[in-house]
Design a protein around this ligand. Structure first.
Ligand SMILES: Cc1ncc(COP(=O)(O)O)c(C=O)c1O
Length: 444
C-alpha cells in the first residue's frame, strides 16, 4: 500500500482510511472477498456491476489461461481477429433488433466516445442530447453528457453543443428533438448512479418514436444494466425498444480483462466505415484483443449456462420483498425499488428532532456523509461491501454478483435492518458519524 500511496493516488488511500475500508484483500472468489487479516466480506457492489459472474470465475479464468497458452495473434493489429467476429455475432444475436455490427473498445467511456463519433458521422449533426443525472464515464466526451458538477469541475471546457433533458419527461424530450439538431439521444435505460431511476414502461418506446420522427439516433448506455444484470440480456428488453446503438462494458469480460463494445445498425456502421480507406478511421490499440474477446465469450457461456439472468430476476424480487418487510416503519427509509439484481434503498432526512439535528449537522459537512457512515457500518460491523449511488448520496445500491444465494441476501437484509435500527435509535450510529466527521475534517 505504501508504494501505491507514494506513486499512484495517496488521496484515495486516505479516503479509504477515513471510511475504515482500507483493508488488504488476499483472495476474491464468487461473492466473497477474503482479507489478509482473516475477515470474509460479502461483495454487494460487484465492482459497480463488473462481477456479474462472480469474482474469478473458474471457467472464465481457464478460458483466458488457455488463450494465453495458445500463443496466438493476441494483438497483431494487421490481421483479422477472428474471435472478435465470434463475440460480435453473439452479442448482436442476443441484443436483437437492428443491431448487426460491433465495435470493441477497452472501457465504457471509450464506448460512449465511439457512439458520439458514430452518431455524428451518421446524421451529419453535431449536437448531443442526454439525460440529467446520467453517468456515462469520465473521458471528456462522456463527461460532457453528464450534469453533475462534481465530476466536471476544473476540467472544462466540455464538448460544445450538448443539452440535457429530465429523465422520463417526454414533453421536454419532444421539444428538444423537434429542433432536429441532435445527432443522438444517449440515455441509460435505468439511471443507476442517479439513484436507480427506473422509467415507466412507455418512456423508452416513446423516446424511440420521437428520435425516429426527428432523425436523432437512440443510443442506450447499458454499461451497468447489460449482461443479464436486470434479468434479460439487456435492460432494453424490458421496455421493448430497438435502439440504434447499445454500449456495453463492465461485466462483459467477467471482471478480468478491460473491455467495451458498441453494438450498432448496419446503417450506422456504413456511415463511419464508409470506404476501405476509412476502414480504420475509428479504432484503438487494445480493441478486439484476443484475451478480452475470449473472456467475453466465456462470460456469456457462464452467465447463460448458470441461468444467472433468471436468477437475477427472481432473487432480485425476493430481496426487495425481504427489504420491504424488514425496513417497514422506519422514518428514514423512503423507498425500496429496483429491477433484476439492481436494488435501491432510498433514505430521507428524518423529521424527529433527535435524529434531524445530527443528520443536518453531517449533511452540512458533506452531503455524502450519512451514506458513507451507513456503508462503513455495513462493511466494518457486518462484513458487507456496498456503495451509495455516485450522483445520489441518499440511495444505497444493492448489486451483488448474480451468483448471490438466497441465504446471502437474507444475511444482507438482516445486517441492513440492524444498522437502520441503530440509526433510528440515535446514539452509536450518530456518534460514529461524528468520529468520521472529525477524521474527514482532519484529513482536509
Ligand atoms: C452507465 C455507465 N456508463 C459508462 C460508464 C463508464 O465506464 P468506464 O468506467 O468503463 O469507462 C460507467 C461507469 O461506471 C457507467 O456506469
Amino acid at each position: 500500500m505504501r508504494l501505491y500511496e507514494k506513486w499512484v493516488n495517496p488521496q484515495w488511500v486516505r479516503l479509504l482510511d477515513v471510511l475504515q475500508m482500507k483493508v488488504r484483500y488476499s483472495r476474491c472468489i464468487g461473492t466473497e472477498l477474503h482479507t489478509e487479516d482473516g475477515r470474509k466480506i460479502l461483495d454487494f457492489n460487484s465492482g459497480y456491476c463488473v462481477h456479474n459472474a462472480g469474482h474469478n470465475h473458474p471457467r472464465i479464468k481457464a478460458a483466458i489461461i488457455a488463450e494465453i497458452e495458445r500463443d496466438g495473434a493476441a494483438m497483431l493489429q494487421t490481421g483479422v481477429p477472428e474471435l472478435a467476429g465470434v463475440l460480435g455475432a453473439q452479442l448482436c444475436e442476443r441484443a436483437g433488433g437492428k443491431l448487426t455490427k460491433a465495435f470493441f473498445a477497452s472501457s465504457g467511456s471509450e464506448g460512449v466516445e465511439a457512439a458520439i463519433k458514430f452518431s455524428r458521422a451518421h446524421t451529419g449533426r453535431v449536437a448531443m442530447l442526454s439525460a440529467k443525472g446520467a453517468f456515462h464515464g469520465l473521458t471528456c466526451g462522456a463527461l460532457s453528457l453528464m450534469s453533475d458538477a462534481f465530476w466536471k469541475d476544473g476540467f472544462g471546457p466540455m464538448l460544445a453543443d450538448v443539452e440535457m433533458v429530465t429523465f422520463g419527461a417526454l414533453d421536454e424530450l419532444a421539444a428538444k428533438l423537434a429542433s432536429k439538431r441532435f445527432a443522438a439521444f444517449i440515455v441509460e435505460p435505468v439511471q443507476v448512479e442517479a439513484g436507480m431511476r427506473i422509467p415507466d414502461g412507455e418512456y423508452l418506446k416513446q423516446a424511440q418514436a420521437l428520435c425516429r420522427r426527428y432523425g436523432t439516433l437512440l443510443v442506450l448506455d447499458e454499461v451497468q444494466t447489460g449482461l443479464y444484470r436486470t434479468g434479460p440480456f439487456l435492460a432494453a428488453h424490458h421496455f421493448g425498444v430497438d435502439p440504434d446503438m447499445i454500449i456495453l462494458a463492465k461485466a462483459l469480460s467477467g471482471g478480468l480483462i478491460p473491455v467495451g463494445a458498441v453494438l450498432m445498425t448496419d446503417a450506422v456502421y456504413k456511415s463511419t466505415y464508409s470506404s476501405f480507406k476509412r476502414s480504420i478511421v475509428h479504432t484503438s490499440t487494445y480493441s478486439e484483443n484476443a484475451l478480452a474477446m475470449r473472456a467475453g465469450l466465456a462470460t456469456l457461456e457462464v452467465l447463460e449456462d448458470e441461468r444467472l439472468g433468471e436468477g437475477a430476476a427472481g432473487l432480485g424480487e425476493q430481496v426487495r420483498q425481504m427489504l420491504a418487510a424488514r425496513l417497514a416503519g422506519y422514518e428514514m427509509v423512503a423507498e425500496i425499488r429496483g429491477i433484476g439484481m439492481l436494488t435501491a434503498v432510498e433514505f430521507r432526512a428524518p423529521k424527529r428532532l433527535r435524529l434531524r439535528v445530527p443528520f443536518q449537522a453531517f449533511a452540512r459537512i458533506h452531503p455524502a456523509m450519512f451514506g458513507q457512515v451507513l456503508v462503513m457500518h455495513l462493511f466494518r460491523d457486518k462484513g458487507i461491501l456496498t456503495q451509495i449511488c455516485g450522483n445520489n448520496f441518499m440511495v444505497l445500491k444493492v448489486a451483488p454478483p448474480l451468483i448471490v444465494t438466497h441465504d446471502q441476501l437474507e444475511q444482507f437484509v438482516g445486517a441492513l435492518g440492524d444498522i437502520v435500527e441503530l440509526m433510528h435509535s440515535g446514539g452509536r450510529f450518530w456518534s460514529e458519524a461524528l468520529g468520521m466527521a472529525r477524521r474527514v475534517i482532519g484529513a482536509i
